[in-house]
Design a protein around this ligand. Structure first.
Ligand code: PMT
Length: 402
């Protein structure tokens, strides 16, 4: 019989701590064991008795308590965890985790665990958007910690903005996705592109854009986790190749075109999250162009190959998903690209809006399908957006099987 899975749930001092009761109850009903660690602040907002009753287990709080059966409690709990969830997570917990501060049972267990870590923040909007908190979240994300993003709305303090704990069902689904990774893409070969291209002006200068590669890397990582054989063609970015993914590095739009075209016939789906240059420099200089007094410099730009349009014309069994990076008239422009490039899906993102598009960790997609369907993802971490998009691809394959 398969071993029951255990979630170690950290509850910190936020007014949303009462929702930890519902999270515990929902997980227990799904046959997942829950072991709760409460910080001192957490215990001010919800009684250990409530969480003990719902989890049918002792609630851990004091690191040096002698009442529990474990000798080295934080290590035992760290090893017990199949997922380490902190919900709600305060700015204080996030700051400690980002800086390796281990001054209570929750933070010591966090440092000791090898389980996937999921954090659901809840706090005042100004605390969330403070540069210190933003940087701490960024650091944790770069280390592979996963987040269930807080929502916008009326906060307990009376302010309106982002900071409300994500809905319990989103938190529970994110836990379940970690406990039971779907293998719905097993057997599929997926080509993902990511990042910018660099178009050379001379040996020291280039034209490029703000793409960080995060969206494409999230897609490659999620597809590989779900069992697909993934090739990630990426422009110059400073991101680690996700486990199990084959990486192909390119620099220019022409190289990206060649890399995609040569692999297209062997793939089942192409997801084009890269931001290739639409123009390149005609006759880039062999040597560094010298500044000539106050004279300006005129560059002659010529269009690059529209890669999606080219492979869209060669499409046979493949599903092709493009992205549309728009700053205005999103629907009209995205639908025109869907048509012109012969795509199955186009994922439109508003790259002028805060927290969306280039170089941030979150995104919001409006997905248009060839069938005429229009769906809205909501603002989510790029890792979650990746799974949301792959769900649609997976559903399209399931539909083809019927
Ligand atoms: O990398 P991040 O920092 O995470 O940012 C993510 C992102 C904003 C780059 C990503 O979400 C995104 O929108 N990627 C597409 C960027 C883009 O080039 O958009 P576009 O609307 O200009 O192009 C439409 C589609 O055609 C895209 O799928 C693009 O990859 C493709 N294209 C573009 C130019 C070209 N010469 N050939 C192409 O195939």
């Amino acid at each position: 019989m398969e071993k029951r899975k255990t979630v170690v749930l950290g509850v910190t001092g936020s007014i949303a701590a009462y929702k930890a009761a519902e999270i515990t109850s929902r997980l227990m009903k799904l046959n997942v064991d829950v072991r709760v660690i409460q910080t001192e602040g957490g215990a001010q907002f919800i009684t250990p008795l409530t969480l003990e009753t719902l989890s049918r287990a002792p609630v851990y709080g004091d690191q040096f308590s002698r009442e529990t059966p474990y000798d080295v409690e934080h290590i035992a709990l760290a090893k017990l965890a199949d997922v380490f969830l902190v919900a709600p997570a305060t700015a204080n917990f996030i700051a400690k985790a980002a800086n390796g501060v281990a001054d209570d049972l929750l933070t010591t267990t966090y440092l000791a665990t090898l389980a996937p870590v999921l954090i659901a923040p809840a706090m005042n909007v100004n605390m969330l958007t403070h540069p210190a908190t933003e940087q701490n979240i960024r650091v944790l994300k770069e280390r592979g910690v996963l987040f269930v993003e807080p929502e916008e709305g009326l906060l307990a303090c009376g302010d309106v903005g982002r900071g409300r704990l994500a809905p319990v069902e989103s938190i529970v689904s994110a836990v379940i996705a970690l406990l039971e990774p779907k293998q719905d893409l097993a057997g599929k070969r997926i080509l993902v592109t990511a990042g910018p291209t660099k178009e050379s002006i001379d040996p020291v200068r280039f034209l490029s854009n703000h793409s960080s590669g995060k969206m494409g890397f999230s897609l490659a990582k999620a597809a590989a986790k779900r069992g697909a054989k993934v090739t990630l063609i990426t422009g110059p970015v400073s991101l680690t190749t996700p486990a199990g993914v084959e990486r192909v590095s390119i620099t220019s739009s022409a190289e990206l075109c060649e890399a995609v075209e040569s692999r297209f016939s062997g793939c089942d789906a192409l997801i084009m999250a890269a931001a290739p240059a639409d123009f390149t420099v005609r006759n880039s200089a062999e040597h560094k162009i010298k500044k000539n007094g106050n004279d300006g410099l005129t560059l002659e730009l010529v269009p690059t190959q529209d890669i999606l349009k080219k492979v869209g014309q060669q499409k046979k069994h493949q599903l092709v998903m493009g992205f549309a990076a728009e700053t205005q008239n999103m629907e009209e422009n995205a639908l025109a690209k869907l048509e012109k490039k012969n795509l199955d899906f186009i994922a439109a993102n508003d790259v002028a809006a805060k927290d969306r598009g280039f170089a941030v960790d979150t995104n919001e997609i409006t997905l248009y399908s060839r069938s005429g369907k229009k769906e809205q993802s909501g603002l989510k971490a790029k890792d979650e957006i990746a799974d949301w998009l792959l769900d649609r691809l997976s559903a399209a394959w399931a539909e083809q099987q019927k």
